[in-house]
Design a protein around this ligand. Sequence first.
Ligand SMILES: Cc1ncc(COP(=O)(O)O)c(C=O)c1O
Length: 482
Amino acid sequence: MPAGQAVVARLEGTCLDPAWPRLAAGRQEQFDSNAILFSGGSAPRDVWAESGLGATIDASVVATGSPLALIDLCSMTANTILGINDPWVKLKQTAYLLSSRPHYLTARIGNDLTYRVARRILGCFDRFGEPGDFVVNLRQCNGSDAVELALHAAWKAASSTPGRTRLATFRGSYHGENLTANWVSEHQPGTLLADKPDNVVFFPTPRVDEAGELTDDTLATLAALDQAGDGYFAIIVEPIQWRNSVHVIPFEFLRRLRDVCTRRSICLIFDEMQNAFGYTGTISFAENCGVCPDISAISKALTSGHGSLAIIVARRAFREIEGPFGAKSNSGNMLPLVAVDAVLDRLLGMDPAEAEALPDWLPPALAAQLRTGLLAAEYEHAVALIDDMLAELRRRFPSLIGAPRGLGLVRGLVMLEADGQPSARLAALVAKVCLLHGVYVRQADTAVLLKPCLVLSRTEADAALAALSRTFEEVLSLRDKD
Ligand SMILES: Cc1ncc(COP(=O)(O)O)c(C=O)c1O
């Protein structure tokens, strides 16, 4: 892109040159210093990345120095719906950075971008109400923040009815790592800083049986919530429980839950960190299941990894937020808002009048995508690539891979022991060895999580299939040796 390249050319040979050496010591020395530099859980380990585009990271293996084209099948931990280095998001951020527009604004100071992004996001909820039925909070940084804010908003709305003190959540859930989010998650590290509140009630994971009917447990949950509804201020549900071996909550359950919440005036919260902004073909899960929550908490793909931002979209009745909650300091950075605006361009397509003013030096394929939107143009294709890959892997490894799980681009492959039992041990092993075989996937309890970006290409899918096959061969031989 000549206009951008002309700017980059001016940086060459200066300390702003991307190739300018930043570290004196080599990679191995850097990794050897992990213990004195980083806290546990945050140290890089296996692979060193140089550059990347889409689902491919150009990297090398630390232990051997050998080059590695790493296929990222987990969107670099579930965030980058547009892959690495999306050209449009980077262009929009570059244009903003090169201007004198404010790079940071406190919540009391407005700007056209704040209003534009708010209107665009709310526009995605238009079909679920009248204009003005929903409001948005754009001032959170992480998914855990957005979950906490959603709970605060629901709690505040219920404050005039003192008997409404309970919160319902589900087994198999994960809502984040701050104290509040962790309290409502089944996945907890053990003892937390404070005792668990006694008003959080865990219900069994909602499921269907083999005939596709809601299980007795699940029906009992609905009945219990209906009966004791006046005592609950909120119900929080993750439409796809990824840590629960990528379990999709049955749509019929969500429909009936919505009905209970409406009749009993309980706030229904969707934790949409994993699925929102493209991974299931829509911006919000309401568009998938036809059930609109009272509050949607969204993060991750929102900026596609180009900045930290989380939001809630809430029905007007949940608009009040009590201080000091509602505006995290770091949410004042404007670049994540630029990213959301660009991600919406990419996913949904641009406003036709604006698309008329696209620079003429933009690559034609990118300009065409920006006119149509990737969800309309590419989503089905990306899902088909993953479907084919999963089918082929099951064909190659029938004794190791169980039934596929998940939806759209949020998928799971259950790992099986030799006796056919689902195995968290083997899923962890896959996640451990995958990088060195050239593919990045994560463990999701007994499943391997596959959550590729929307721009995954056929060549990348083929390379991922080969790398996953090498990974599964190694895991299979270790399993059968045990
Ligand atoms: C479903 C769900 N909710 C909330 C969170 C918390 O998000 P964050 O890590 O940005 O705080 C996560 C993170 O993985 C998640 O998967």
